[in-house]
Design a protein around this ligand. Structure first.
Ligand code: ZN
Length: 712
């Protein structure tokens, strides 16, 4: 399992508002669109929330009502496997016993195989002669620079030293404000707040400037008031890395530790005004953030903090009439702390965050430690250096990679065939909405309008016009360049592009997800589904598949993505991608009640004794799985001679996976139900499953009709 795979555990996650330019930490190869609601998934911040340290004596074979059979070692030849008892295990037992984890592949299964294939395909694009076209050449050059450890090691931590020296030289609050507002052309800087352009969540045809609270070393603000042992351990891991980097730049160990302590002290004072993870996971949280202020109002709330000046002089955005701003209390607190007396704490905050943010751009040892920061917590992904440098280079110039990948590995026939499948499933989805007897005609009409307006983005864009890097240049290795400088050039270029795009209307036909991602998405602000080319490969989709397999795999994924438009979070956006409530109060109440029933059911499940699930976190994905199945079963009911056994087996195969227990921490933080639950909980809601396998009351898979879950 590569790092990319781990990020993509979060498969089929609903993308939220894509900030056009959010200054996120480091070069995260996983996600281009930092997601406000799910910070831990996107590489923004440290990515280290409280985690559950693995108990040495955990018995992973104690799950109820099913064995968590995706964990290596839980299944043996003697483990009974019966469809009425545990359908996932029944279908996958032989495969789970026959596939073997290796050091290089700590997770294997249908999805991991596709992911490995795509990684190998991407790597092969960068061997041999350099490509000719401008954009492809750029990404090739960047990859060479990223892999040129000799030059990177010679530069060492000098770029970080330069940044820390600049910060150390700040001797007054006025100088601090000057530092934040230095004119365009300087590098994007870490501040005590964040500001960027984003698609306006309630007017999705325009961009708006948004101002938000700062990043926290501990990611989850709850950890400052209510620290958990696991949160402490996570903070210690980040602290170790930062201490190493600061010592490398010339501080003593004591000085480095003091800086980290000061940083955490300042964050501790700000954290009370920053929403914590629980608050952010509330389905109503996102809508509560859609607050607008005028320029004068923002100026007044910002007080001594040079918010507008930074947007206009440092980033180059024009003055606006309206801004998106949801954290006045945070700025009130920040103003209290923005004093000469606190300057040492503020400087140390900036130094510590710069160290963390710069690590991936520095030399081998810094990068190595940054990459392996997560190992003790999430398991070692065994990603090779080459895979890593390729993912870093690709993430920076991802559309150049997209085009190369598409030209080499995707084709128009598959695009047309899958588009036909999407059309069929979208058509059938009308029945799902029409047959929901609990909503009023008024809400149903809005839901149907939204369904008909969903934009379908299949495998790769129709044209490449909008996805180039015209005008971007940096020195290649032959020209004496280095990775750090190239990386900074790219950041500046992207900021300039954002400023340029900001002036115009939103091009809501432009893709915000990449063909080479082994994933699929629903993007609520675009009201679009994405079925990515790299996902529709191997065991997930191939042109030889039977109908049963096609509907069970890619078909289910398509149904899943459409269902995100109508899940607990996606349903808050209208047909145009505006976060505007289109529900009647009564229908919404019933919708939430149905979700609550589903949430409560997931919370009765324990992957092993003592391990709970957070049903609310899973609600969106669980609804998408269930409703996707409901839609697909509607389609196949019309197919004469349809082989339900083959269908359900293929569905269970899609999420067949086996992994080392240490990866369960990450899986438990994911918004998707565990893979065996994506099978067992879903199938047990449908009569077709009961009929196919003769499931009866008393069987472990049996749910009484009144206990079955149906959202739509
Ligand atoms: Zn999903």
């Amino acid at each position: 399992m590569k790092k990319k795979t781990i990020a993509a555990l979060l498969t089929f996650v609903m993308l939220t508002i894509p900030a056009v330019s959010v200054f996120s930490y480091g070069a995260d190869p996983g996600y281009a669109n930092p997601d406000e609601e799910l910070l831990t998934e996107t590489g923004e911040g440290t990515g280290l929330d409280a985690f559950l340290p693995e108990e040495a004596d955990t018995d992973y074979s104690t799950g109820t009502p099913w064995l968590c059979s995706m964990i290596d070692g839980t299944v043996t030849a003697d483990t009974p496997a019966d469809p009425g008892d545990d359908f996932y295990l029944y279908v996958n037992k032989d495969k789970l016993l026959s596939i073997e984890l290796t050091d290089e592949r700590p997770e294997i299964g249908t999805y991991a195989d596709v992911d490995d294939k795509v990684t190998a395909d991407l790597e092969s694009m960068f061997t041999g002669e350099p490509p000719q076209s401008h954009d492809a050449r750029l990404v090739y050059d960047l990859y060479q620079l990223a892999s040129d450890w000799e030059t990177r090691d010679a530069l060492g931590t000098a770029p970080l030293k330069k940044l820390t020296d600049e910060i150390e030289a700040i001797s007054s609050i006025d100088e601090l404000s000057d530092y934040f507002t230095e004119p365009v052309n300087s590098e994007p800087r870490i501040k005590l707040w964040r500001s960027s352009s984003t698609i306006d969540p309630t007017h999705s045809d325009r961009y708006i400037l948004t101002v938000n609270y700062c990043l926290l070393l501990r990611n989850n603000s709850d950890e400052y008031s209510d620290p958990t042992p696991s949160g402490e351990a996570a903070a210690d891991s980040v602290g170790e890395l930062v201490k190493y980097l600061l010592v490398r730049t010339g501080y003593s160990e004591e000085e480095a530790l003091q800086k980290i302590e000061n940083c955490l002290k300042l964050e501790g004072m700000l954290a009370s005004e920053i929403p914590g993870r629980k608050e952010r996971e509330d389905p109503d949280f996102s809508a509560s953030q859609n607050q607008y202020v005028t320029r004068d109002e923002l100026d007044k709330i910002a007080g001594a903090i040079p918010v507008l000046e930074e947007l206009e002089t440092a980033q180059g955005f024009p003055a606006q009439e309206q801004y998106l701003f949801s954290c006045p209390n945070y700025f009130e607190k920040l103003n209290e702390l923005y004093t000469e007396e606190n300057l040492p704490l503020i400087r140390d905050y900036l130094i510590v965050h710069n160290a963390f943010s710069e690590a991936p751009q520095l030399d081998y040892e810094s990068v190595y430690r940054y990459r392996h920061l997560y190992d003790a917590i999430y398991g070692d992904t065994k990603e090779t250096d080459d895979e890593y440098t390729l993912s870093i280079a690709s993430a920076q110039l991802n559309w150049a990679v997209a085009r190369l990948y598409t030209e080499r590995y995707l084709n128009q026939e598959d695009k047309e065939r899958i588009s036909g499948l999407v059309d069929e499933i979208t058509e059938a989805y009308h029945d799902v909405l029409n047959q929901a007897d609990w909503i009023s005609d008024e809400t149903r009409e809005k839901a149907l309008e939204k369904l008909d307006a969903i934009d379908r983005r299949i495998l790769f864009p129709d044209s490449w016009e909008e996805y180039g890097y015209d005008g971007l240049e940096f020195k290649s290795a032959e020209e004496g360049g280095n990775f750090y400088d190239a990386y900074m050039q790219i950041q500046k270029y992207k900021l300039e592009q954002d400023v340029e795009a900001f002036a115009g209307p939103v091009n809501n036909k432009k893709w915000s997800a990449l063909p080479q991602e082994v994933n699929c998405f629903y993007q609520p602000v675009e009201n679009a589904i994405y079925i990515m080319g790299a996902f529709a490969q191997g065991g997930m989709y191939n042109s030889e598949m039977s109908d049963e397999e096609l509907y069970a795999k890619l078909g289910m994924v398509i149904g899943h993505e459409i269902s995100h438009a109508f899940d607990i979070r996606g349903s808050q956006y209208d047909r145009d991608g505006n976060q505007i409530d289109w529900w009647t109060a009564e229908d919404k109440k019933e919708f939430r009640r149905r979700n609550d029933k589903m949430i409560a059911y997931y919370e009765t499940i324990h992957p092993w004794e003592g391990q709970d699930l957070d049903g609310l976190r899973l609600a969106g994905e669980a609804c998408a799985d269930l409703t996707g199945m409901q839609c697909i079963l509607g389609i196949v009911a019309e197919k004469p001679g349809f082989d339900y056994d083959a269908f359900f087996r293929a569905y269970a195969d899609m999420w067949c996976t086996k992994l080392k227990p240490e990866f369960m921490t990450l899986y438990l933080e994911d918004v998707h139900p565990l893979k065996y639950l994506r099978i067992n909980v879903v199938v047990q809601q449908f009569e077709e499953f009961y009929e196919t396998y003769g499931i009866r009351e008393g069987d472990n898979m049996y749910l009484a009709p009144e206990d079955r879950i149906r959202i739509w």
